[in-house]
Design a protein around this ligand. Structure first.
Ligand code: FES
Length: 67
C-alpha cells in the first residue's frame, strides 16, 4: 500500500528500512524520500515505522520479582 503518493513510497519499503535500522522519520526521509513532498504522509509514515520497530524489538515479557 502506498503511504507516500508524492514519492511513491510503500509500507513495505518503510518496513524494510526499519529492518535495516532506520528508527526515526528524519532517517526515513533521507533514505526513501517519504514525507519530503507535500508532507501530508508524515504521520502515516511515522506510524508504520513505529509499528515496524516495535515488532523488531520483539515481545515484552513481564517477569514478577520474587520479593
Ligand atoms: S504524500 Fe508524502 S510527501 Fe506528499
Amino acid at each position: 500500500m502506498y503511504v507516500c503518493i508524492c514519492k511513491s513510497v510503500t509500507d513495505n519499503q518503510i518496513r524494510r528500512a526499519a529492518a535495516r535500522g532506520v528508527d526515526n522519520l528524519l532517517e526515513l526521509q533521507q533514505n526513501l524520500g517519504v514525507a519530503t513532498g507535500c508532507g501530508k504522509c508524515a504521520g502515516a509514515a511515522q506510524d508504520v515505522l513505529d509499528k515496524a520497530n516495535a515488532l523488531e524489538a520483539g515481545p515484552v515479557f513481564y517477569v514478577p520479582s520474587s520479593a
